[in-house]
Ligand binder design. Structure first.
Ligand SMILES: Nc1ncnc2c1ncn2[C@@H]1O[C@H](COP(=O)(O)OP(=O)(O)OP(=O)(O)O)[C@@H](O)[C@H]1O
Length: 668
């Protein structure tokens, strides 16, 4: 039996003097912690990429996109790009091959896209900093805006469309029952501790022949560990709370048995005006909802009578209403706020929900935290008590287990596929942290990215930032530095988000600067590096962000860039193997280049980023405690952007933030 060691790493203090003494940082040359790891070849998957959402030009098209997949009207599916382990970088006399680009200009934020999607007009929108609390506002001063949700996604139905709204049977170890709850830990069944595939095949399970055909066409043969662990239990009708590492196939694990629920239900009458919805899947973000619906569509290939639809914020409610009327579905994938909107405003919708037999909460811990809880409770009140409930996530903190009775029956089964003594992250993902003064962050980020690009021609990088407006600032900066970047956050129109997300999914040689809208569940293949700039909201969010790389057993790298006063985060994640990174050399030239690039970034974007930054850290329990120190730090951030005089903030906003009369702040 493989023995797993929990690496208790000594977290070394960063010493600024070391900055110059260390050689150029080569992320990809650092040997993996688990040197013996070989990514499993992913041989059985003639991978398919879903229809190009870059064709989606307006909200109406977006709304119809999943329908088009169902009816085969969407763009022909394209064969996958390379799967399996990454190839070494191709170098040709210093020329580095780059792919991707689409209709965006390399290295520059696309101006057409900016104009078309109104980027400039939303620069002074509010930015929410912490779920359920006041976030900073960028100018209009409307309280409604303050109360909107930011990047935690995203869907807030009640504001407007721009606001938003995630076993091995034989070897299972039963830890016993407490209060009727079964707790089961089901370790990976083959191929070492990090294998995500089990030895069991789907055809060994009692699923319908048509579903099996769909699974085969999707390229799935063996079940992943979480699928093997949960399928038999779910098929028996039990409520399940399941935990499995990121990128290990949880979506299919809940979709397949959900489809079987519909298969076993009496067929709806074709003429029935309001046919029942049998399966309701709730995801915290729009991207995730679309992704889950697309996966369901794949699996439903041979079930022509079963329909799936998606309802998400950012599209016109009336369009969704029309679409649901025209193409009634038995499986509905939704984000919480928009679902509530339909419950309250769509004629006949509430009665359709009375047919729900299976409720799925994807990213369950996130859906049960305070930002979504009210919506979820309202939704649960609108569906029958007699139903099966499935909750999945890569992180299930104790607090969530304590409140999961909100949705689950008392005798639910808790299935944990993360082995005892193993971390919630993948051992094939090298995790590093870099602690450096704030004024070094932008040059360091640039140096990290340049180095990574030089090492891997197929680079595909996600850069996570703390808020939407800081995301925009960093994207602007990296664009000015001629890196091939895109940005995605909650202040972008949904059609733009969908387009960029799809482009990044298919691309290589691209950097996506993002807020936490991309933190959970989004399945971008072959991400080579995840950079997290600044304090993650919590350890769970760190894990989910990191989980965008190292999916399906592949290798990956993660780097967390912190200021010294953010270093306390490492103590909260001390069970994770986050090692100290060698510091990349930032030569004076690089520094100057970054300063020059910053001077080209629009003033209003810097102002919005300052305010957002202040709001984000103000909401942090530790950093926000000492308001005087907070303002000092915010002003340091302002100087990092080249603004020695910090931008003025509306008095109302300062009042809401509890920052009135704090020295160092300028009000207007
Ligand atoms: N049985 C299978 N065999 C091979 N590939 C699979 C199988 N099941 C799912 N996959 C693929 O694995 C990838 C990851 O799946 P998925 O996105 O569901 O992961 P996840 O566990 O939900 O991740 P996260 O925690 O980040 O949400 C997807 O590309 C999916 O198509």
């Amino acid at each position: 039996m493989t023995k797993l060691f929990l690496s208790q790493l000594r977290l070394l203090q960063f010493h600024p003097m070391k900055l110059h003494s260390l050689s150029l940082f080569k992320l990809s040359h650092i040997p993996l912690r688990n040197a013996a790891f070989h990514p499993r070849p992913f041989s059985v998957r003639p991978d398919r990429i879903r229809a190009s959402k870059s064709l989606v030009d307006d909200e109406a098209d977006l709304s119809n996109w999943v329908d088009d997949l169902r009816t085969g009207r969407a763009e022909t599916l394209k064969p996958a790009q390379r799967v399996g382990s990454r190839e070494p970088a191709v170098r040709d006399g210093g020329f580095r091959k780059r792919r991707g680009g689409g209709d965006f200009k390399k290295g520059k934020p696309n101006l057409d896209a900016k104009t078309r999607f109104g980027l400039s007009s939303d620069s002074d929108n509010d930015e929410v900093v912490e779920r359920g609390k006041f976030k900073d506002a960028g100018g209009s001063g409307s309280i409604g805006e303050f109360l909107s949700e930011d990047d935690v996604d995203e869907e807030e139905s009640d504001i407007d469309d721009e606001d938003e709204e995630i076993v091995n049977k034989s070897r299972s170890v039963l830890f016993g029952k407490q209060n009727g709850v079964s707790n089961t830990t089901r370790p990976a069944s083959s191929g070492g501790s990090d294998s995500y595939l089990s030895d069991s095949r789907f055809d060994q399970c009692s699923v319908s022949p048509l579903s099996l055909k769909g699974i085969k066409d999707a390229g799935y043969e063996k079940m992943t560990v979480v699928q093997e662990a949960t399928l038999p239990v779910i098929l028996k009708g039990k409520d399940v709370l399941a935990k499995a590492k990121t990128g290990t196939g949880k979506t299919v694990a809940f979709l397949l048995p959900s489809i079987e629920v519909v298969v076993k239900s009496p067929p709806s009458d074709r003429d029935q005006r309001r046919p029942p919805i049998f399966v309701l899947v709730i995801c915290p973000t729009r991207e995730l909802a679309c992704q889950a619906a697309a996966e369901a569509t794949k699996l439903l290939k041979y079930h022509p009578t079963i329909g799936v639809q998606v309802v998400i914020g950012g599209t016109r409610l009336a369009l969704e209403q029309k679409r649901m009327q025209a193409n009634p579905c038995q499986i509905l994938v939704a984000t919480p706020g928009r679902l509530r909107d339909h419950i309250e405003n769509t004629a006949g919708f509430a009665s359709r929900l009375m047919g729900v037999k299976s409720l799925v909460l994807d990213e369950a811990d996130h859906l049960l935290d305070m930002g979504f809880r009210k919506d979820i409770e309202k939704i649960i009140a609108a569906i029958p008590k007699q139903r099966q409930t499935l909750m999945f996530s890569a992180t299930i903190p104790d607090e969530v287990r304590q409140v999961c009775h909100v949705a689950l029956k008392r005798d639910f089964e808790y299935i944990n596929t993360v082995q005892e003594g193993s971390e919630d992250t993948h051992s094939q993902v090298r995790q590093m942290h870099l602690v450096a003064p704030l004024d070094k962050h932008f040059p360091l980020l640039y140096a990290i990215l340049k180095e990574h690009i030089a090492d891997d021609v197929d680079y595909k990088v996600l850069v996570f930032c703390t808020t939407a407006m800081v995301t925009r600032l960093v994207a602007d900066l990296l664009g000015e530095l001629n890196l091939n970047v895109r940005e995605i956050h909650s202040r972008k129109p949904q059609s733009y988000r969908t387009r960029v997300s799809d482009e990044f999914r298919k691309s290589k040689g691209l950097i996506l600067v993002t807020s936490d809208v991309s933190a959970r569940g989004v399945d971008y293949p072959d991400v080579t590096l995840v950079v997290q700039v600044g304090l993650p909201a919590d350890k769970q969010q760190y894990i989910h962000r990191l989980g965008r790389t190292g999916r399906k057993g592949k290798e990956g790298q993660g780097i967390l860039l912190l200021a010294p006063w953010e270093e306390f985060f490492l103590a909260t994640a001390k069970d994770l193997p986050i090692v100290k990174a060698p510091v990349p050399l930032v030569d004076p030239d690089t520094k100057k280049k970054v300063e020059r690039a910053l001077s080209n970034v629009e003033m209003k974007n810097k102002e919005a980023a300052y305010q957002a930054w202040l709001g984000y850290y103000n909401s942090n329990k530790k950093v926000g405690k000492d308001k005087y120190r907070l303002v000092e730090l915010a002003n340091e951030f302002s100087r990092c952007m080249g603004l020695d005089n910090p931008p003025a903030i509306p008095k109302l906003v300062l009042g809401k933030m509890g920052l009135k009369n704090v020295p160092g702040l300028r009000s207007k």
